[in-house]
Design a protein around this ligand. Structure first.
Ligand code: T1G
Length: 702
């Protein structure tokens, strides 16, 4: 075996050269890897004793793409194109040995080989669109030549990997093997023995000819793939590049792909999406976690409450293969909860998103009882009952008596004081908040609330639980509304004021949708139910004149057919209602609020800047560990468009000074001192600093 460089080896045995990359953690195509590959291929091609070549990897996965950390840095040769061209030009058969994931540049590398074999659990795909770019090393030109442009555009615009089984059926791989490298060696020996012709993927036309003659099916597939992606640059560029694969000669298609790639990679949207990529991975790291603290293993789970949230949380455990028991107060409530779970799974099966046998396996992992003793033998308990402090305290006092030592006791509260809940037990160190987002079996975000006394093992276990459940865990300090809801509340206050000052719900929501959110603020309020906030305000003695008045009229939103909008005959489509504007005008008059035309720009600023201001306070108080955590919370919990990077990333694009000036203006305009810029934001404005520079907040690092 020859060590070509630190990350590449070449071993020749019985006429077969095995080139292996070993660049942990995911064999990304860093400059040393590209250089090592190019050298190894050149050597193998020049070696007359070599008749066939296998391209493989050591470690936990095949190549998971270009090295994203090199983006934006000076480019070093050889590029991936040179490496792939060398593979494709080889007169000796080359087989890629895929396992784990072959993603982005990793799959493109494999598409440069003559053949591909993979282990049964492998997944292959081109996820570049999730980084705001497109496959830039031939993926948009070679993949259509294997699977056809229709399948290719769907795969590339979605960026979702496919399983080895589908890849084999679609012709991306040639064989599923038990062991990648030995399997690839056997495959290349078979090619040599049968003198199979070496067809370069670039020369394959059979899968694109029909589309070239009649692109109607492709255009339909592209249109379907691009639905709901208006304003996002990369998906449209992906579709155009796949269109080039059958409408242009290969080399021209490659050239156009390169140009599109260079445009996107230096754009704001890709910067934002790469920021989110690394931020979601960073968020799981707790800076002050002492080395050696291990999360407890989670073999069994209990969920208190089988309502919408409790049921969704139980599904998360079942989806992760963890047996879970729902504890309810009555058999009737229990059955209702279990039935709701079954019907949710049934909808996924109907849609083809889940196989019947997978549903059966998951449902079999979910049990239900009214007997609390089940808690004595579990590793984690998540309480998901009604948002009422007295009830929560009663439950945690009960858990304290039954649960075995070391059981993680978590509350799914979205607003209540976790320290107060923990104080109802004799083991506050074992108590954390685990705030799931509705629908809990779908939403990726998990806000882990660290109480004053939450122990490091408890935090570590909660973060590990989040990952186990396929969530993106973000650790937040304990305060009213934690990170997400605290900022959302700030936006809500502005929404109410804008209604009084003259903006209609549909005006505000139109601006928010244009910005890229999947749903407007008022439509979201109607979905969640206006009565939820009304009850909290009444409890706190605060007011929202227009919304309170709507609630007094029984207009709670979708659930009552009327809220800020009207929902005809149970539909979910919001229809503007002039009655709401009339009511707002009456309230404004009663409160002496002057009504005026409000520009889209002002609406956008008041829907974002007060939240950013709150983010500054949240960071200053150490409630969030990093600014990027706040961006992850909003991107995965509240629909902030990932291609806008999150509130703090967005603020850095605008600049703290401009935001402070606008906030000063709105504070004066509205008379709300709460809009005055936070100290941290003023400091950034004065220093010309960015949220990105703040790094880990002092308190969190302590
Ligand atoms: N480059 C650099 N670092 C990477 C990386 C990459 N491509 N992928 C992962 N990492 C780091 C990650 O930040 C983390 O670091 C560690 O590896 C483990 O990752 C020309 C230009 C492969 C499915 O988009 O989807 O090719 O936090 O926690 O959950 O067309 O990582 O430990 O310091 O995510 O097991 C296209 C991105 C690139 C795939 C593994 N490829 N990666 O998931 O581990 S663009 C991608 C993933 C491209 C070409 C273009 C996942 C994974 P740290 P992890 P995981």
């Amino acid at each position: 075996m020859v060590q070509i460089n630190a990350v590449t080896t070449l071993e020749v045995k019985d006429g077969i050269a095995v080139i292996a990359v070993n660049n942990p953690p995911v064999n990304a195509l860093s400059h040393p890897v590209r250089e090592g590959l190019f050298t190894a291929i050149t050597q193998a091609l020049a070696d007359d004793s070599v008749h066939g070549i296998v391209l493989g990897c050591e470690g936990r996965t095949f190549v998971a793409g270009a090295d994203i950390t090199e983006f934006g840095k000076p480019f070093k040769q050889p590029g991936l194109h040179e490496v792939i061209d060398a593979l494709e030009a080889s007169p000796k058969p080359i087989v890629a040995a895929i396992f784990g994931t072959a993603l982005g540049g990793g799959l493109e590398l494999a598409l440069g080989c003559h053949f591909r074999v993979a282990s049964a659990d492998a997944r292959v795909g081109l996820p570049e669109v999730k980084l705001g770019i497109l496959p830039g090393a031939g993926g948009t030109q070679r993949l259509p030549r294997l699977v056809g442009p229709e399948k290719a555009v769907a795969m590339i615009v979605a960026g979702t990997p496919v399983t080895a089984k589908i890849a084999l059926a679609d012709g991306i791989i040639d064989e599923i093997v038990a062991d990648p490298i030995p399997g690839a060696v056997a495959f290349v020996q078979k090619v040599l023995a049968e003198q199979k012709p070496l067809v370069k993927v670039r020369d394959r036309e059979d899968k694109i000819l029909a589309t070239r003659e009649n692109p109607a099916a492709f255009e339909a597939a592209a249109k379907a793939a691009l639905k709901k992606l208006a304003g996002v640059e990369a998906p449209a560029a992906c579709a155009q590049s796949v269109r080039n694969s059958f409408s242009l000669p290969f080399d021209e298609g490659m050239k156009a792909e390169r140009e599109l790639f260079m445009q996107l990679i230096s754009g704001e949207q890709s910067l934002a999406q790469r920021h989110i990529f690394f931020s979601e991975r960073e968020a799981a790291k707790v800076p002050d976690m002492p080395a050696g603290v291990k999360p407890a293993s989670l073999k069994k789970a209990v969920v208190i409450g089988g309502g919408t949230m409790g049921g969704g949380i139980a599904m998360c455990f079942a989806n992760a293969g963890v047996p879970v028991t729902i504890v309810e107060t009555t058999d009737e409530f229990l059955q209702k909860g279990l039935d709701r779970i079954k019907s949710t799974y049934a909808v996924s099966v109907e849609r083809g998103a889940l196989k019947q046998d997978a549903m059966d396996k998951r449902v079999a992992l979910i049990a239900g009882t009214t007997d609390w003793n089940v808690i004595a033998d579990t590793d984690i308990v998540i309480e998901a009952v009604f948002e009422e402090m007295a009830l929560k305290k009663e439950i945690f006092a009960k858990l304290d008596k039954i649960a075995k030592p070391g059981t993680l006791l978590a509350s799914n509260t979205s607003t209540l004081d976790v320290d107060a809940i923990a104080a109802a037990t004799s083991r506050p160190g074992d108590v954390v908040g685990m705030h799931f987002f509705s629908p809990a079996n779908v939403m990726k975000l998990l806000e882990i609330v660290r109480g004053e006394k939450s122990s490091f093992p408890s935090i570590a276990t909660a973060v590990a639980a989040g990952k186990l459940l396929g969530k993106i865990p973000v650790v937040a300090g304990n305060c009213d509304g934690f990170i997400g809801n605290r900022m959302l509340h700030r936006r809500g206050t502005e929404c109410e004021r804008l209604l009084l000052e003259g903006a209609a719900p549909q005006d505000v929501d139109a601006v928010i949708l244009k910005f890229g959110f999947p749903m407007g603020a008022f439509a979201m309020g109607d979905l969640a139910g206006l009565d939820v906030g009304w009850r909290i305000r009444k409890h706190r003695g605060t007011k929202a004149p227009v919304t309170d008045a709507l609630c007094e009229l029984g207009r709670y939103g979708q659930k009552t057919g009327k809220g800020y909008y009207i929902y005809e005959n149970g539909s979910r489509t919001p229809t503007p209602d002039p009655e709401v504007t009339k009511l707002a005008a009456e309230k404004a008059e009663a409160l002496g609020v002057k009504r005026r035309n409000i520009t889209e720009q002002e609406i956008l600023e008041r829907m974002t800047y007060p939240m950013i201001n709150e983010a500054a306070k949240i960071l200053d108080e150490g409630i969030a560990v990093r600014a990027s955590d706040i961006d992850v919370v909003w991107a995965y919990g509240y629909g902030w468009p990932v291609w806008r990077g999150g509130p703090c990333f967005y603020a850095d694009l605008i600049g703290a000074k401009a935001i402070c000036d606008a906030l000063e203006h709105y504070a004066e305009l509205t008379g709300d001192a709460g809009l005055k810029p936070a100290k941290l934001l003023l400091d950034l404005a004065a220093s010309g600093g960015k949220f990105a520079d703040i790094g880990v907040t002092k308190k969190a690092a302590a």
